[in-house]
Design a protein around this ligand. Sequence first.
Ligand SMILES: [Zn+2]
Ligand SMILES: [Zn+2]
Length: 423
Amino acid sequence: MTRSSRPKGTQDFVPPESIKKTRIEMLFRELATVYGYQEVVTPTFEHTEVFIKSSGSASDIVQKEMYTFTDRAGRNLTLKPEGTPGVVRAVLENNLRLPCRLFYISPCFRYSRPQKGRYREFYQLGVEAIGESSPLVDAETIIFGATFFTRLGITEFTIKVNSIGCRHCRPAYREKLLTFLREKQKKLCPDCQTRMEINPMRTFDCKNTSCQLLLNDAPLPKRHLCPECTAHFEEVIDSLKSTPFNWKLDEHLVRGLDYYNRTTFEYVSGVLGAQSSLGGGGRYDYLFEEFGGPVTPAIGLAIGLERTILALPEGSPFNTASRRNLVFIVWTGPAEMAAARELLNILRQENIPALMTYEPVRVKRQFHLADIAGARFCIIVGEEELKGNLYALKDLITGEQSIVPAEKIVPTFSSLRLSSERI
Ligand SMILES: [Zn+2]
Ligand SMILES: [Zn+2]
């Protein structure tokens, strides 16, 4: 039998690396909960129209990157290329009361060229604040992402922010940009020539250097805002000024989706090379209407898990894949094994992660098994210890050894106790 390999552009998260993923997701859950968000889980695939309606038919996602298929009954379905459209659909379909704050952790799928930190199946961590229009929510969303990175130990990042206007100021700006682009049409890449007629702002996203050079002289959205958009954006900026985070205005930042309006933002990190974006987001005040819903202001962000892992600095506690908080119980003979099993049960009942082997192997081999398991601690149950109602304890990271009375063993490990009841 030949072994199978994973499809191009996918990756396996295996231990101990998978611990990083778990920890990052747990932090995200925690922080989102602290900010008043609740989890939403939508299907991995949706009717294709959900994404065409939202991302825009001119977007690279819809044009080139979707995994679209027909099911056995002839339905046209697509694996989600991003999180937001499914959330909007779900909010309307389930008649959720507004305002509501939702977060998700979800795999997404895009058929793009695999590169460092860019996969065809990737994970997005996202939040959506739905039904809130205040610029203070925009600032709060931007700060949420920045706080998340900071708690992970990632400090080398900059927040780029911009405003791209609303349905009142954008039409006049769009015409102005279109006139500019039409004059340069022949010099633009074929993609931009198509894009400009559907959504001229999309040309700002072009990776082509010659297009970028031409666009240096283009009229910019931020300079064509109506008074309401200007005031809204000023308040966002004012809020950012009082934070410790690095941020800058980037007037070319429009982001690759048709549904954004007003505030757009992105977190970029120099440590990532060409794939510099850790995530980003923006306001999407008109998307609910595209889905047949009522006027509903909203703003969200999405963070790329894989790039976040790449950006973790050496010293970050989220970057240690060495040992996990697991107690491995080592025993010396059949009588001690029975006592070890009792202790195993006690620890597990207290929600303290614990493991032992049932194989009759020597102590040395058991320490080796603790190593394979990646355990942080060993408890040794030996004849002497049983007699004295004591346990020998070894920290496998520091090498430190100690003797702990039996009744102190649970309190000793209480910091390892897991809890799922507090959300
Ligand atoms: Zn406006
Ligand atoms: Zn171009």
